[in-house]
Design a binder for this molecule. Structure first.
Ligand SMILES: C[S@@+](CC[C@H](N)C(=O)[O-])C[C@H]1O[C@@H](n2cnc3c(N)ncnc32)[C@H](O)[C@@H]1O
Length: 352
């Protein structure tokens, strides 16, 4: 199996390199309006943002920033297939403008934007960043009533384009082989994720500082979402590509990807990151099977034996639907002739 991973250095408000109805899944994290690190970017897209901030009008700045995301949401509506899914990772912002502190609810604005374009909202996920210090509390300390709750969660908003889910031919290999384990389903399809940083992050050393600077999300987030909402061979789009975490996850998960990014420099970062993709894809597959075997051991210790046997790996599984599960490893990567991305070869991952 082959996948491609294209990167367009350009403005996602016009995804001209992406055809209508050509993408099965969107996984992305936009610049968050009213978070200071993105003020300059929004002001470059629309000088009205700067005017609003300088005149102390937080509400107008918030509106103007979201107005710059709207054309991207229009484009997602155009390029997604019917029944395709969009997963938008976004956090709310807290900020004091002109002496007044408040929350700017980005997630509510994005939800409205997708609903108004005819997308069906699906249940969303909250993921929680671990709290690291008691000093983070804002407001007046131990005396009521003017202290504020600290925001330590972000949203993954999930939308489906059109009323119907995607359909597949009966027994489609690419769908059944992309199955997840029963206990993974139980973990992934809960609405609060707490351990996402720890999961795959440790496998990709050396990029911690860069992740901070580029507001990259943990690899576990796009990896899970891709496994949950697409099948082998699908195409995943990230219009706010950053350091390419979504493409790296797509590579490891055997899906094609396409990214749009304003900053040319991030392509070099990605070129570094994908060198590790073959090893990373193997480690991820092995770890998933290892965790599954540990789960089976725990069930057995409780006196319960899973009912089915997996076809490609030596392990029992809980349900018939997991029997065909088969991980893919990246067996080779080469630049595309057009030089705007990579082609990857994938083989079924063999694990004894
Ligand atoms: C929150 S970061 C995404 C980080 C990414 N998820 C990662 O893991 O590295 C948002 C990115 O969107 C880019 N961006 C913002 N507006 C854009 C636009 N209109 N078109 C393309 N890229 C844009 C920014 O340069 C930034 O890299």
């Amino acid at each position: 199996m082959e996948t491609t991973h294209r990167v367009v250095v350009g403005d996602a408000r016009e995804l001209s390199a992406v055809d209508d109805d050509s993408v099965e899944l969107v996984v992305t994290s936009p610049p968050y309006p009213m978070i200071e690190m993105w003020d300059d970017l929004f002001a470059e897209l629309d000088p009205a943002v700067d005017d609003a901030l300088e005149s102390g009008d937080g509400r107008a700045a918030f509106d103007a920033m979201h107005a710059q995301l709207e054309p991207v949401w229009d484009e997602l509506e155009r390029v997604l297939v019917d029944g395709g899914i969009a997963c938008i990772n976004v956090g709310d912002a807290t900020r004091t403008v002109d002496g007044s502190f408040r929350v700017y609810p980005n997630h509510a604005r994005v939800l409205e934007a997708f609903e108004s374009r005819g997308f069906d909202p699906l249940p969303d996920v909250l993921w929680r960043k671990p709290a690291n210090s008691a000093a983070k509390f804002m407001g007046s300390g131990m005396i009521p009533p003017n202290a504020y709750v600290t925001l330590e969660h972000e949203y993954v908003l999930v939308f489906r384009k059109g009323g119907d889910s995607r359909s597949f031919e009966p027994g489609a290999d690419r769908r059944y082989e992309a199955a997840y384990f029963w206990e993974e389903r139980n973990r992934w399809f809960t609405d609060i994720w707490t351990e996402v940083r720890g999961e795959l992050q440790a496998l990709e050393d050396g990029h911690e500082e860069l992740r901070e600077r580029s507001a990259a999300y943990p690899l576990e987030i796009p990896y899970r979402l891709i496994c949950m909402y697409s099948t082998y061979g699908d195409t995943v789009l990230d219009p706010f590509w950053g350091t390419g975490t979504t493409s790296l996850a797509a590579l490891c998960a055997g899906r094609s990807s396409i990214g749009y990014e304003l900053e040319d420099a991030f392509r070099e970062v990605f070129a570094d990151r994908i060198e590790a993709a073959p090893e990373l894809s193997r480690t991820i597959g092995r770890r998933r099977l290892e965790r599954h075997r540990e789960f089976v051991e725990r069930r057995r210790a409780e006196g319960e034996e899973p009912s089915y046997d997996a076809v490609h790996y030596e392990t029992p599984v809980m349900t018939k639907m997991e029997r065909e599960i088969r991980f893919r490893e990246v067996s080779g990567i080469e630049p595309l002739e057009s030089a705007d991305g990579y082609r990857a070869a994938h083989e079924p991952l063999v694990i004894e």
